[in-house]
Design a protein around this ligand. Structure first.
Ligand SMILES: NC(=O)c1ccc[n+]([C@@H]2O[C@H](COP(=O)([O-])OP(=O)(O)OC[C@H]3O[C@@H](n4cnc5c(N)ncnc54)[C@H](OP(=O)(O)O)[C@@H]3O)[C@@H](O)[C@H]2O)c1
Length: 224
């Protein structure tokens, strides 16, 4: 797939790198320095590509470049930057937009939207013709490389996602698998009201716990 990264920081930089290593064509965009985007693109494929049908690719671009031919777009900016990056990205009608952005207030101390809506639903209202899926925001960026490295193990960690468009969810599930997680379809986009606070629980465990931020989760079923 062609994947546009809007916001190439902790989340976008790492996920874009792993998408490229999994064989996708990635455009990194939206950082304060173009050098950083170029460095990310060079670094993405530095490790030997894995056994796969075709190697991926990575390049730096503008948000408009990232979106233009994208099969999927990862939105990975602070909530306060969403309008700016979308303005630079231009037309996203018909596009799959995977958001990991949590609707945090300016000082990152609390969700600014919740209970009766969510960041993902607010985004979908802004972008009525795009197909918004909420994914990847429920784990800290520090865990992605470890999960990718362990992707051949039997018990993969879970990653819950939600959205209203079946085809967009299928694309998202593929990318979740490519990073090394087991996708867990949590239902329609309104379930982001539960996913987003859950992401703060994960952040609490990652950054306030004693065992470091490389933490993921795994749902298991019992009985019957
Ligand atoms: N970090 C996590 O573990 C985590 C986990 C779950 C969800 N999230 C959510 O994911 C989203 C991204 O988080 P993150 O931690 O990846 O953030 P981040 O590291 O700060 O990355 C944000 C990106 O936006 C760029 N940016 C910021 N202001 C800009 C401006 N004025 N012009 C151009 N580019 C600008 C940054 O540029 P620079 O590269 O130059 O700084 C960076 O590339 C957030 O909504 C967050 O709530 C994060």
């Amino acid at each position: 797939m062609r994947i546009g990264i809007l916001g190439s920081g902790l989340m976008g930089g790492k996920l874009g790198t792993l998408f490229a290593r999994a064989g996708h064509d990635v455009v990194f965009s939206y950082a304060r320095s173009e050098q950083k985007l170029k460095r990310l693109a060079r670094g993405a494929l530095r490790l030997a590509p894995l056994a796969q049908d075709r190697p991926g690719s990575a390049r730096a671009g503008t948000p408009a470049d990232a979106v233009r031919d994208a099969d999927a777009i990862l939105l990975a900016v602070h909530w306060s930057r969403v309008d700016d990056v979308l303005k630079q990205a231009g037309d996203v009608a018909g596009k799959v937009i995977i958001t990991c952005a949590l609707p945090m207030n300016a000082d990152d101390t609390a969700l600014a939207i919740g209970q009766t809506s969510s960041g993902a639903e607010t985004l979908a209202k802004k972008l009525r013709r795009a197909k918004v899926v909420s994914a990847f925001g429920t784990v800290p960026s520090e865990v992605f490389f470890g999960v990718f490295g362990a992707r051949r193990r039997k018990n993969r960690p879970s990653l819950a996602y939600c959205g209203d468009d079946a085809a967009a969810k299928k694309v998202t599930a593929t990318l979740i698998r490519d990073v090394g997680f087991e996708p867990v379809d949590a239902g329609p986009l309104r379930i982001a009201r539960y996913l987003e606070p859950f992401a703060l629980l994960m952040a609490q465990l990652a950054y306030e716990g004693d065992d470091g931020p490389e933490v993921a989760y795994r749902f298991e079923r019992f009985g019957r």
